[in-house]
Design a binder for this molecule. Structure first.
Ligand SMILES: Cc1ncc(COP(=O)(O)O)c(C=O)c1O
Length: 455
């Protein structure tokens, strides 16, 4: 069955009105903030929700969040993974509060750092670890280190990074670009302020295309391939069977490092997709939820890579700039990491939540089937997503050219009006340790109602 576009427009107008009627306090606060904050928000992304202005949060606990207008929401967005473990989880609240009383940042290690390093080695299989204040920084620093290693060896031919079309790895310059359907690497709409043409730094190819991968690597001018093991920023796009084997074999054949970004795919299991599927990257990066919402990024490297870092450190006077930051690896972050890894993100945690994510996914599928909608759903661990396309996309371009912004905005807003928060810029839902079956079933009922209203 097709969406009735006329009804969609009318219903969307009704939803905008309903939002405004129900959120007068958020509106007043937003108007006041507009005198002091660019676009009325502390971060421009916060006006990218589906409503005319954002709801102002009062507090959140577990899977629920309350706004200043007194509405309660089931939070399936969870800070777009920053709070994947849930809000204000008791174990992390305790550890964070205790550390705050003992000091938060010293530019010196605490004992927690050793514990966390050992645990990350156990989970991800890579030997040496470093910490940053965001996953973006982790990617940036790991790529810089890879480049520095080649330079230290006198290899000046390698300068480029290989990334996948419509990927997202944070605001890392090398990854802000795209390849057009005609095969031209260029700026990607929406990325602002870049000074260097992306084709100077990066080769972009489509995910799941082994021939394009070999073609891009064979000149031996690539430092590292950076990828999510499953694409998650253009919907969920799984690798084809055998794709990861080819990726690893070709990166080894052409002497290129393989960087796997587990920032979102940590939804798969305790050691991300890498552990679950036995991948063998040289570098792993992640961040977001690992410190229960305290800013963090991590990057880990193989023993061999780690040894090659030493000559790089030895070659600089003082300390290596370009990788680091005064607040990185601070004591508060390390305490939060330790609590999150030891007490929250356990095997049992994933087992429970993946089962609930399956229930969520089946609920959405049942509505798609009932109304014979040309949409599909995907699941990766405790993360699910639906996309307005009948056949699942195999790469970024296939997904991107099937985005339907009109429908997207409506679905988000209509869900929000009914107390269900979905992730903006995605139709994505995350399940945390406090999400209940009732929460999931409420989403299914809301999803059915709002779909029915536009048929
Ligand atoms: C795969 C991936 N890597 C890195 C990042 C950057 O994370 P942060 O914004 O915490 O730096 C994101 C953000 O969404 C991401 O999706």
């Amino acid at each position: 069955m097709e969406i009735n576009r006329e009804k969609l427009k009318q219903q969307h107008a009704k939803e905008l009105k309903m939002f405004e009627e129900n959120h007068p306090k958020s509106k007043a606060l937003y108007q006041e903030a507009s005198n002091y904050l660019l676009q009325g928000v502390p971060l421009n992304w916060m006006v990218r929700w589906s409503s005319a202005y954002p709801i102002t949060v009062v507090e959140a606990k577990g899977a629920h969040l309350k706004c200043v207008d007194g509405m309660d929401y089931i939070d399936f967005c969870l800070g777009d993974t920053g709070s994947m473990v849930g809000h204000a989880v008791d174990a992390s609240v305790k550890a964070i509060s205790e550390q705050v009383k003992k000091g938060t940042t010293f530019m010196l290690p605490t004992e927690d750092a050793t514990w966390v390093g050992k645990e990350l080695q156990r989970r991800f299989g890579l030997k040496y670890w470093q910490f940053t204040t965001s996953a973006t920084d982790a990617n940036r620093f790991a790529l810089r280190m890879a480049r520095a290693i080649f330079r230290a060896k006198g290899d000046t031919k390698r300068s480029k990074v290989l990334a996948f079309n419509f990927c997202y790895h944070g605001s890392v310059d090398e990854t802000l670009g795209m390849v057009t359907p005609e095969g031209k690497t260029t700026f990607r709409k929406g990325n602002i302020g870049q000074c260097i043409d992306p084709s100077v730094m990066t080769k972009f190819i489509e995910w799941n295309d082994v021939d394009a991968l070999e073609e891009a690597l064979k000149d031996e001018d690539v430092i590292a391939v950076i990828c999510e093991p499953v694409m998650t920023n253009m919907g969920i796009i799984h690798p084809d069977p055998g794709y990861h084997d080819a990726l690893r074999a070709l990166t080894r054949k052409y002497g290129t490092y393989l960087l796997i970004d587990e920032t979102h795919t940590i939804c798969t299991g305790i050691g991300g997709y890498t552990r679950e599927y036995g991948l063998e990257p040289d570098i792993i990066t992640a961040g977001k939820t690992l410190a229960s919402g305290i800013p963090v990024g991590i990057w880990g490297v193989s023993e061999e890579f780690g040894k090659l870092c030493q000559p790089v450190f030895d070659s600089v006077y003082g300390f290596a700039k370009g990788v680091g930051g005064t607040l990185a690896a601070n004591a508060l972050t390390m305490a939060a990491l330790r609590a999150t890894l030891s007490e929250i993100l356990t095997e049992d945690y994933y087992k429970r939540n993946i089962a609930l994510a399956t229930r969520f996914n089946e609920g959405v599928q049942s509505v798609i089937k009932e109304f014979d909608l040309p949409w599909n759903t995907k699941q990766l661990g405790l993360r699910t997503e639906y996309w307005f396309k009948k056949e699942p996309a195999r790469n970024g371009a296939e997904a991107y050219y099937h985005t339907d912004l009109e429908l997207d905005w409506y679905m988000h807003l209509a869900s929000l009006n009914r107390g269900v928060l979905m992730t903006p810029f995605h139709n994505m839902a995350l399940i945390c340790g406090s999400t209940t079956e009732a929460d999931v079933d409420k989403h299914t009922a809301v999803f059915r109602e709002i779909v029915q209203n536009i048929l």
